[in-house]
Design a protein around this ligand. Sequence first.
Ligand SMILES: [Zn+2]
Length: 197
Amino acid sequence: MWEWYDWRRRVIHKAQPNAGHRALVALEDRIAAPGEGSFTLVTQNVDGLHDGAGSRNIVKLHGDIWLVRCTACGALERNKDVPLKELPPRCRCGAILRPGVVWFGEGLPTEKWELASQACARTRVMMVVGTSAVVYPAAGLAELALAARASSPSSTLSPRPWIAGPSGCCGDRRERSCLDFCEDSGFRIQAGADPES
Ligand SMILES: [Zn+2]
């Protein structure tokens, strides 16, 4: 298991945030500016690229591949070693560490889920980006936002037609149109150019 994670960490280590990550940073800068509102980025990504791009208020529902947790004492710490110094890595207490991510079949961390739920329940605008939004429980966050704000201006961005509700939806628009959507919503976004495009 750790050999696979060590390989995956090496691959991710070489990856760079893309224009999508940077657009979300620009959005956070705009929305969470002093005297403005708040911005919460809820993600199922574990690769740390949102952190690398500069996003600040991130709720990681599936954990973080750069965290390790002790299988015995529960100690959680950041580990950026690439490659890992020993396989499997061990805690100071001597027990084996595991990756700080949520595995298939495990529940989402309660604290993270509550942070995400609270943010969705009070949001005015929600964008669902880069996910098909079909896997629950995370897919339920958009429904939660719509239910909580059914009579207020809110919008979601998703290929899923059911997300369209009485509060408005920009429908089946994807990728680049995410930025158009932000502009249409009154947010001026200046994302850096994607070096690969
Ligand atoms: Zn330990």
